[in-house]
Design a protein around this ligand. Structure first.
Ligand code: MRU
Length: 354
């Protein structure tokens, strides 16, 4: 059941247990993080991932650092830069570290204050996710009403459910809410190569919640749109500039192009903490993560005997390039679904949020 589980939890002795997303949907492995260095490793190797959850785990990473250096703010600040740079694109990570530093700068009890602030960040994310769900679902109902439809087909890319932002996700929050309201919703799930967050994580989440869905190869969306089988697209975001350009998982841009060509509305759901008010032109200004080419060459799954294996699918010595995100220009986005309402993807509307 969604909303009742988070991909991390603080244990009684103050360590952070995280669900190791690299093994889903086949195994529910828990990894225990005890230090700032553990958090850096877990974010970099994608044990935890998704913009919101990276921010939450980073906030708890600051708490773990406070436990390590309870009397030494300057050491903590230096060490925190490792957490801050453990992945470059999702802005929630930097936002959470900066907010924690601000809180701790004058603190006389860093451990207790860090713990309380990390919990506060999580509580706020839960409220944001819930608000996005309600607003996004009102939008779904509006689209169904306008098109006189009794059911709706929504396409999503990557994973923007509770594994990525607590407790209901961003892009999936309106879908969970639609399911709660009894709306007949079906989700097209992009597999999302190379790491397959759609095929392994989004599909798993939807299956756990009993929501109808179909996994499609990444290149299928355009074809479905041409045949009227997609009523709307909702994706999440890792960073949105003040001019409305959206960085999200690689392949999002191509879906937005296909959506525009086929007059399918393209929405991006995000909490306000995903805005980067410093940048405007996302294509020039957003740092796009490049990851190991192994993620292109190798694929993980279970064989027919149920054994988890990693297999190579490209020729030995072949060269790969692994860009983890792309930028969808504001002009391709119908609107942004935020906890503050539906926002036009332009500078005037976004600046008004500050
Ligand atoms: O590389 P990942 O798996 O961390 O990328 C995640 C995404 O691109 C999500 O769509 C994004 O974080 C939005 S969900 C809060």
């Amino acid at each position: 059941m969604h909303g009742n589980y988070r991909p991390f939890r603080l244990t009684d002795n103050g360590d952070l247990e995280v669900l190791d997303q690299r093994y889903l949907p086949f195994e529910k492995r828990i990894r225990t993080l005890k230090s700032g260095a553990d958090v850096v490793a877990a974010i970099s190797d994608m044990t935890v991932r998704g913009a919101g959850v990276i921010g939450n785990v980073a906030a708890f990473g600051m708490y773990l650092l406070a436990r390590e250096f309870p009397q030494d703010f300057h050491r903590l600040e230096r060490e925190s830069m490792r957490i801050r740079s453990s992945r470059p694109t999702a802005v929630n990570l930097m936002w959470a570290v900066d907010r924690m530093l601000e809180k701790l700068r004058q603190s006389r009890q860093m451990v207790a204050d860090a713990r309380a602030e990390a919990i506060a960040i999580c509580d706020e994310d839960v409220a944001r996710s819930e608000a996005i769900g309600v607003l996004g679902c009102d939008l779904i109902e509006h689209i169904m009403h306008n098109h006189k439809r009794k059911h709706i087909n929504i396409l999503t890319h990557c994973n923007a459910g509770w594994l990525a932002i607590i407790d209901n996700g961003s892009a999936l929050a309106p879908i969970y809410e639609a399911h709660r309201r009894g709306i007949d919703v079906h989700v097209w799930v992009d597999e999302t190569r190379p790491r397959n967050q759609g095929a392994s994580l989004t599909a798993w989440e939807l299956q756990e919640s009993g929501i109808a869905h179909t996994i499609i190869a990444d290149n299928t969306g355009g074809h479905l749109m041409q045949h009227g089988k997609v009523d709307m697209v909702i994706t999440g975001a890792d960073r949105v500039t003040r001019c409305g350009d959206v960085a999200n998982k690689i392949g999002t841009y191509l879906k937005a192009l296909a959506a525009q060509d086929n007059h399918v509305p393209f929405y991006v759901a995000l909490p306000l903490s995903t805005f980067d008010f410093q940048s405007c032109n996302g294509i020039n200004e957003i740092d796009i993560e490049r990851r190991s080419e192994d993620e292109i060459h190798m694929i993980r799954g279970i064989d027919r005997q149920g054994t988890l294996r990693e297999l190579r699918i490209t020729p030995h010595h072949a060269k790969g390039a692994n860009y983890a995100f792309d930028v969808t220009p504001a002009r391709l986005i119908t609107a942004l679904i935020t906890e503050a309402g539906l926002i036009d993807a332009n500078e005037k509307a976004i600046k008004a949020l500050q």
